[in-house]
Design a protein. Sequence first.
Length: 247
Amino acid sequence: MSRGTRHIQICSVHQAKGSGGLSSGIRDQCSTKAVPVQTNYSPDGRSLLYASPHHHLFFLEFGKEGEETKGSWRHSEKDALTGSTAMFNHVGDGVILTHHSEHTLRILDFPSLKLRESPAAHVGGCVAVALDPRGRYLASGGFDSIVNMFDLNEWICARTITVSEHAINALSFSHDGEYLAIANAGNYVDICATETGVPLHRVPALAASPTVSWHPSKYVIAYCGQTKIREGGPPPVGVISMFGLLE
């Protein structure tokens, strides 16, 4: 968790005793080399990457030094990478990296950070990626309003989704990998079938959504945004919305 300052807070979340709610507390806090705007854990929870507003990527590692009895988070000795967004793969032996001014994705081995694949993806820059939880596809989105579905075995584009009319902001697969939610610069979120790319539903939104996420076990998406200033109208407000079947 970051708050627009040069540090990251590591929090623990657990069910509160005697209630159905959750309680949280700060377990660790570490200084960063830049203001974090995106973070992503490795699957084993011992590495953490973060991106800065100036499109640099840094790595933190959890461990002990010398005679320390308690582990802590420290900056990795790895050099900073250029990139706008990044995420670990499901196994933790690779990092998927995008850059807003590059037309290719970069797939790096981890922890060596050697380039493994660099498939061409978008005209004008790549800005969003998501991994199919089944491990079949990598979805990428760009300023060209296109979503590409890459086969992870062959690293070829299996299909292209052109349902959106605006630049892509974020992508998210459902828990079973059957559906893909697409947030973009328009006031809507598109939901498509993963295996066919067929558009299934367009969810209207009060504002363009910079992010979208599926519920971990239900067919429900959460998305957010901020309304625009209109002359004579109400002031802009931030909104968080949900759509789907909660039962």
